[in-house]
Ligand binder design. Structure first.
Ligand SMILES: C[S@@+](CC[C@H](N)C(=O)[O-])C[C@H]1O[C@@H](n2cnc3c(N)ncnc32)[C@H](O)[C@@H]1O
Length: 310
């Protein structure tokens, strides 16, 4: 009862309702909330402090960025269900948020448009490619798949290494420049069963339950909402399917944000577990692939996800 009263008191204020409504749609940094609410940083921080103390919001720090998200408590879910996102002021906020997100996405899109030609070289700098590919292939244990989807395919390298393990592969990317290179790669290698398609990996034009293998290789750290990609992967996943995620282990290399358009500084097992718990998936393997230059290189993780059996 005490907790409920504290939560209701914290939520019962217009700016704080706006914050809760925004966080029900995205994880946001304080800077993004400041620009959304058009209020000073100290004011926004004061509101956030009250929401944090009432257990409605949680925060996590990554390098110099602090992300806010709704807490997982049932009271938070009950309170946010009462918020009507069709309210004119909240609708305006949603539109403004949409614009902030488009700007963020543009940073990554511009980066990939500018770096598409060099990507195969850049990707080897950030990870020990060969051991990652070996670990991915080991994870499928010699299985063959009718239908595979590669989410955020870039130049199509992951398709190339899985080409002999799937009858049909559809590779999606939002960058036309990357797709051009992927198509050329597939044509040159005679991979007629592999197609490169334009698509946003949070909402793909593919049927539910249609993919037995889904790969998401070095993509999630660019996204505003990695959770939305996992939700979409779960929608597409066949009941006996596998999702292979490769991304960085947690790190502190802030320059990757400024110079390489990263948003997230890697992921912890606990976050992947959270995605699984909320999407009826089970985390069957978490494998660290240590970079051979351990001082300057980044460790990479392979996570293997399957539909939860109950
Ligand atoms: C770092 S590259 C990785 C490419 C490839 N998986 C690899 O490892 O070589 C990330 C790719 O994700 C794509 N991407 C980022 N956000 C996306 C989105 N929302 N929908 C589709 N593709 C996206 C980018 O265009 C880029 O080609």
């Amino acid at each position: 009862m005490e907790n409920l009263i504290k939560a209701l008191k914290a939520a019962g204020e217009p700016t704080r309702i706006r914050i809760l409504a925004a966080l029900s749609q995205y994880e946001l940094t304080v800077t993004e909330l400041v620009s959304l609410l058009s209020q000073s940083q100290p004011r926004v921080s004061r509101h956030l402090k009250l929401l944090l103390e009432a257990g409605l919001v949680s925060r996590f720090q990554e390098g110099s960025w602090v992300f806010q998200r709704l807490s997982e408590s049932p009271v938070t879910a009950q309170i946010t269900r009462m918020i009507n996102l069709d309210d004119p002021e909240l609708k305006q906020d949603s539109e403004r948020l949409g614009r902030i997100k488009v700007q963020n996405a543009r940073l990554a899109t511009d980066y990939f448009a500018a770096n598409a030609g060099d990507w195969d070289q850049v990707r080897t700098m950030v990870g020990s490619d060969e051991s990652i590919e070996v670990a991915m292939l080991e994870a499928i244990q010699g299985r063959n798949f009718d239908n595979m989807i590669d989410m955020g395919t870039g130049t199509g390298r992951i398709v190339e290494i899985f080409a002999t393990h799937a009858d049909k592969i559809t590779a999606y990317d939002s960058s036309q420049e990357m797709l051009k290179l992927a198509r050329t790669k597939f044509e040159q290698a005679g991979l007629n069963h592999c197609q490169a398609r334009l698509g946003d990996i949070t909402a793909l034009p593919a049927a539910a339950g249609s993919a037995e293998l889904i790969t998401i290789h070095q993509v999630l750290h660019y996204l505003d909402s990695p959770f939305a990609v996992i939700e979409e992967a779960k929608r597409l996943l066949a009941p006996n399917g596998l999702i292979l995620i490769v991304d960085f282990a947690k790190h502190q290399h802030e320059f990757l944000r400024t110079e390489h358009a990263h948003r997230r500084l890697g992921f912890a097992d606990s976050e992947v577990q959270f995605w699984c718990d909320n999407n009826q998936l089970s985390l069957n393997r978490s494998q660290k692939i240590t970079h051979n230059d351990s001082r300057n290189g980044l460790d990479v993780m392979l996570w293997v996800l399957e539909p939860a059996t109950h």
